[in-house]
Ligand binder design. Structure first.
Ligand SMILES: Cc1cc2nc3c(=O)[nH]c(=O)nc-3n(C[C@H](O)[C@H](O)[C@H](O)COP(=O)(O)O)c2cc1C
Length: 302
């Protein structure tokens, strides 16, 4: 069985990764699971300058999911280079993909310029759900024109794999995916969180400080599966599926929808061993169904 996944000219040993913002920079989870078994780790977002993130409360549970509005809290790119890279350098076999965020094109490209020479950085996942301050706050990821331009700028900067992370909070996600492909992206990951809100009826107040936030977990899996299905029919670069994957059956659903790889997010908070269990389950399913490689999943659903 061949579990490898090729993105640009690089190979991930298997299709199971951990989603940005749910796995830190791998260090804490490295005490709980064997990171070298994973296909990939997507880091917490890195921005040019350090960010405190949004005021508390910024997390709340919902039926079959949770809403977060962390606000990209991170130590900034210098802090990343000083404090996170030494640990990332020790990770073997697993692709380390840095999630990059910014409010202007310059902010994204600065981060990439500053870390591109770090050998242990395998590639980038570009979080385009951030508001573009130069364009009046409209999120990059909702405007195909901005997405194509940003992708092109990033493409000029690096020969490493560039994965654009799509937001589901748009009218037609396939239009944005196409803009990524035209701009020179090597893959897209879908989906980021779905806009959600919870209100405490006793306090008559939103449950989180920012009022609305990003819904993740099992509640959004059908949204993610539909996005992967529609996007993978439209573009020819690999699609990485995520949103609500809690077990191997969920992962298989994403592969059948057209995903070439998957990421586990919210499930890590419940059981850090989920990625390893999911990988084992995928292998059993492939053996029982006589599938030899991940692309064999893609022939079943037209
Ligand atoms: C607490 C939390 C923090 C997150 N931070 C980021 C982030 O920094 N960058 C990013 O692209 N996505 C971030 N995400 C989105 C996840 O990577 C993922 O796209 C989303 O949660 C859906 O997957 P899931 O349902 O498996 O969690 C975050 C999600 C959560 C729950």
């Amino acid at each position: 069985m061949d579990l490898s996944v090729k993105i640009r000219d690089k190979i991930m040993q298997n299709p199971v990764g951990t989603a940005s913002g749910t796995f830190g920079f791998g260090e804490e989870y490295g005490e709980l699971i064997d990171l070298s078994q994973l296909g990939s780790i997507y880091t917490k977002a890195v921005t040019v300058l350090p960010r405190e993130g949004n005021p508390l409360p910024r997390l709340t549970e919902t039926p079959y999911g949770m809403i977060n509005s962390i606000g990209l809290a991170n130590t900034g790119v210098k802090g990343f280079l000083e404090n996170k890279v030494p640990f990332l350098n020790t990770i073997k076999n697993c692709a380390v993909i840095v999630n990059v965020a910014g409010s202007t094109e310059d902010e994204y490209t600065k981060v990439i310029d500053m870390i591109d020479s770090v050998d242990s950085v395998w590639g980038y996942e570009i979080n385009i759900s951030c508001p573009n301050v130069k364009c009046g706050g409209l999120a990059f990821g909702t405007d195909p024109v901005q997405v194509e331009r940003l992708t092109k700028e990033i493409r000029k900067r690096t020969n490493k794999p560039v994965i654009m992370k799509l937001t589901p909070n748009v009218t037609d996600i396939t239009t944005v995916a196409t803009a990524c492909e035209i701009g020179g992206a090597d893959a897209v990951s879908c989906i980021n969180t779905v806009m959600g809100m919870k209100i405490d009826i006793n306090k008559k107040k939103p449950a989180i400080y920012q009022k609305t936030g990003g819904l993740s977990g099992p509640a959004i899996k059908p949204v993610g599966v539909a996005a992967v299905y529609r996007v993978s029919k439209k573009i020819s670069i690999p699609v990485i599926g995520l949103g609500g994957i809690m077990n191997w059956e969920d992962a298989v659903e994403y592969f059948l929808a057209g995903a070439s790889a998957i990421q586990i997010g919210t499930a890590n908070f419940i059981d850090p061993n989920t990625p390893i269990d999911v990988l084992d389950g995928i292998k059993r399913y492939m053996t029982n169904n006589k599938l030899e490689k991940i692309s064999d999943f893609h022939s079943f659903i037209e």
